[in-house]
Ligand binder design. Structure first.
Ligand SMILES: [Zn+2]
Length: 218
């Protein structure tokens, strides 16, 4: 006879009922092995698309970058490796940690790809995954503990005449380029914060690296 599993925590049925529901946190289905599978899928997709381009001169296939589930998982495991085991997939938004609160994840796979910001998304800390060197198995994650309400974001220029704040108020999605519009300004205004990335290394290192432990927010 098949073992019955609890519908909430997916462990062996332990007598939870409607009146006495299971309160165990269900395990995170986005495991390390899922993260590796998503990474493999991205790499093989890229290879296939490059082949099609090579065999059909004159065509260019626009790439969509890492899927959210992959970039979120990579950042989540880097945060967990840094010691914050409470980091998990958020019910709303990207990631959530008991130490840092709402964690927003952005990623790029080309140095000049734009970063899209929703007009109302809130966060306490933002993590930028720079995967532009993925072909060399080299990843950089920047930790930016500036909440969405911080002046830096409001006054960030996203076009010749407008700031991110003005864009968001108009309900538009600003798409500043990390390497041109965001990072140089962060370097200039927060040199201490930008002195070292949160993580730099290869894909596998994300699961084991001893990245600097995230500090609780002041
Ligand atoms: Zn249960």
């Amino acid at each position: 006879m098949a073992t019955r599993l609890c519908s909430n925590c997916r462990q062996v049925m332990h007598g939870a009922t409607k009146k006495n529901p299971c309160t165990v946190n269900p395990p995170d289905p986005y495991t390390e092995s899922v993260c590796r599978l998503l990474w493999k899928a991205f790499v093989s997709d890229e290879k296939n698309l490059s082949e099609i381009e090579k065999e059909n001169p004159g065509i260019h296939i626009r790439r969509s970058g890492l899927c959210m589930e992959l970039s979120e998982s990579m950042v989540k495991f880097s945060i967990q490796s840094a010691g914050d085991k409470t980091c998990r997939k958020a019910k709303k938004g990207d990631l959530f940690s008991d130490i840092e609160g709402q964690q927003e994840v952005k990623s790029i796979t080309a140095i000049d790809s734009p970063t899209s910001f929703g007009p109302t998304q809130p966060w306490d800390v933002i993590y930028f995954l720079d995967a532009s060197e993925w072909r060399n198995d080299d990843f950089t994650i920047w930790r930016i503990p500036l909440a969405n309400t911080h002046d830096f974001w409001k006054t960030l220029p996203v076009s010749k005449k407008q700031t991110k704040g003005e864009f968001s108020e108009a309900g538009k999605r600003p798409r500043p380029i990390w390497s041109k519009a965001i990072k140089p300004l962060l370097d200039e205004r927060f040199p201490d914060m930008m002195k070292e990335p949160f993580y730099k290394g290869d894909f596998e290192g994300i699961f084991t690296a001893k990245a600097p432990v995230a500090q609780p927010l002041a």
